[in-house]
Design a protein around this ligand. Structure first.
Ligand code: GLN
Length: 545
């Protein structure tokens, strides 16, 4: 079921196989009709992750990239909607040669084709395909049918892993119950499938008795029942899987020959996570915190992970707190709370709600010299705050929040206007990787000068050009650039044609760290290669006076 940790399990299996020298790629299947995740509110679905090629997808794709340390593409993601869309397009193009196009086998065959294509594209020996949803529900039945067909075609090339929840009940609350797992297996059996491996997700480790119970009740070798207990950090999961023998079981089943074994760097990273470290306190001012039992951190999962990667690289314990932007609108005195943080992030967002609260927070952080990092909307709002309170433009705003503002410092690009007018919202934002040239002598330049090739695409004595991922519709209005710069606002990263402002900052002599990016740096941060700007921000936070 959702939330049980399928994404982390799938990502971790990729990680441990890759550590054995195999070429791995990961796919996610989301069983909803949306063609991609771009049209969903973060409180509905969690964060929308963006790939280099602009694909807007599920946050699990972020987990795969983080656990594999690799960039994925559109080929690695499908939804019910996207699979049907391809089949319908083929039908319209007469690619089925005049035949009646039936749901079965056409839809499962399309799924298989997509998996094959992703493997070819990534030149992968192994692909891990995660099927969202719960076994037995209507939504994913055609994807399970694809697995069944694939198993018939290549019986020795497919291993089916069931991630099952094993609840703890009983008087002490620690009696693990295998009944739901038995039912899940029966549901799988009813669609012609049997798991090769069962990952038993539980609060605690599985004991010998429970393993045996699953062995007999579910007709599976007990060595193929892998214990997946709760962990403090998701990054421990690959290490646990490896130590519990999962890698060897999968290799054996698929008859794969490993090339070496190397989890050294990952184990060292996990050791840092487990060690005692001095805290660094980071506040995140946002608004997608949802209602009821929605896990608020899901809306900003990549931001959260990026903070952790950078903190661990500096051997600090990240302590992250969430602050609702709207509270600063009603109560200015609440701004004082921001002083208790070593640094504050204003992440991406859409629409009018919470905007004035975020601007109030930014003003406070600027004036009190508290390290500030703005991501996308955060950068746009920092530019507005600077325009209003330093550059003498009291009406400065974004047309997203006030379409009639007299000083549209942030505005919509003419080409984007047409999309909005036509209600053409799906996949029409400025998305994916774009280059930016950095200005020497700035915080941004200094940070990226030390960064590796996953961030920097050109580096010589004259230029430093980076590549970062975007997802937005609005931009800094070129009419105001000169005026802002004259007052000390520095555009330290710009598009190569100089039309689009990509990074804005205040010089270090004015503020210890006050920087915003039009792109989303959090999407490219990886456990073993923290993002250079998050590193610079956390360094400033860790040394805050
Ligand atoms: N709402 C802003 C825009 O569309 C910022 C988007 C974001 O933060 N991802 O430009």
């Amino acid at each position: 079921m959702s939330g049980v940790g399928k994404g982390i399990a799938a990502a971790s299996i990729g990680n441990i196989l890759q550590a054995r020298g195999l070429s791995v790629t990961s796919l996610k299947i989301d069983p909803y009709v949306n063609v991609d995740a771009g049209t969903m509110n973060p409180t509905e679905h969690g964060e929308v992750f963006v790939l280099d090629d602009g694909t807007e997808c599920d946050q699990d794709m972020g987990n795969y990239e983080r656990f594999l340390g690799k960039d994925l593409t559109r080929a690695n993601y499908m939804t019910t909607g996207s699979v049907y869309l391809s089949v319908i397009q083929k039908e319209r193009n007469l690619e089925y040669g005049g035949k009646q196009v039936e749901v079965v086998p056409r839809i499962p065959m399309e799924v298989i084709e997509k998996i094959d294509r992703a493997m070819r594209k990534a030149k992968a020996t192994v692909s891990i395909t995660e099927i969202g949803g719960t076994v037995g529900e209507y939504e994913n039945i055609l994807f399970l049918e694809a697995v069944r067909m694939l198993k018939i075609r290549r019986p020795n090339d497919v291993a089916l892993v069931l991630v099952s929840y094993v609840p703890a009940l009983g008087a002490g609350g620690n009696e693990l119950k295998t009944k739901p797992t038995q039912h899940a297996v029966r549901n799988l059996n009813s669609v012609g499938l049997h798991p090769d491996i069962i990952l038993a997700r539980a609060n605690n480790s599985l004991d010998a008795k429970r393993r045996e119970k699953i062995q007999y009740a579910c007709s599976i070798d007990k060595r193929d029942v892998i214990s997946a207990p709760n962990v403090d950090s998701i990054y421990e999961v690959p290490v646990n899987f490896e130590d519990d023998g999962l890698t060897d079981r999968i290799l054996r089943k698929l008859d794969l020959k490993p090339h070496g074994r190397d989890m050294k760097d990952w184990r060292a990273f996990v050791k840092v996570i487990r060690s005692k470290k001095a805290a660094v306190r980071i506040g995140i001012v946002g608004k997608y915190f949802g209602a009821g039992d929605f896990v608020l951190t899901d809306s900003y999962i990549s931001v959260l992970e990026a903070v952790k990667h950078a903190a661990y690289a500096l051997k600090r314990e990240p302590v992250i707190e969430w602050i609702d932007a709207e509270k600063f609108e009603k109560n200015k005195a609440a701004l004082k709370e921001l002083s208790k943080y070593d640094g504050v992030i204003i992440p991406g967002g859409f629409g009018k709600r919470g905007v004035e609260g975020k601007i109030a927070a930014i003003q406070y952080l600027r004036e009190k010299k508290i390290p500030f990092f703005g991501l996308c909307y955060g950068m746009q709002l920092a530019t507005i705050e600077f325009a209003r309170h330093v550059a003498g433009m009291p009406d400065a705003n974004t047309t997203e929040s006030d379409p009639r503002t007299k000083q549209p410092v942030i505005y919509i690009l003419p080409e984007q206007k047409q999309n909005v007018a036509a209600k053409n919202y799906g996949a029409t934002l400025r998305r994916g990787a774009y280059p930016a040239a950095l200005k020497e002598g700035t915080i941004a330049h200094e940070a990226y000068a030390k960064a590796g090739k996953s961030f920097v695409i050109k580096k010589n004595s004259k230029a430093l050009v980076i590549s970062e991922r975007h997802r937005h519709r609005y931009e800094v209005n070129p009419d105001y650039i000169g005026k802002l710069e004259k007052k000390g606002w520095v555009f330290s990263g710009v598009s190569p044609d100089r039309r689009l402002m990509e990074i804005a900052e205040l010089p270090r002599k004015v503020h210890p760290f006050f920087l915003g990016t039009q792109f989303h740096p959090e999407l490219k941060s990886r456990p073993l290669t923290a993002h250079p700007l998050f590193l610079a921000f956390l360094k400033a936070a860790a040394t805050k006076k």
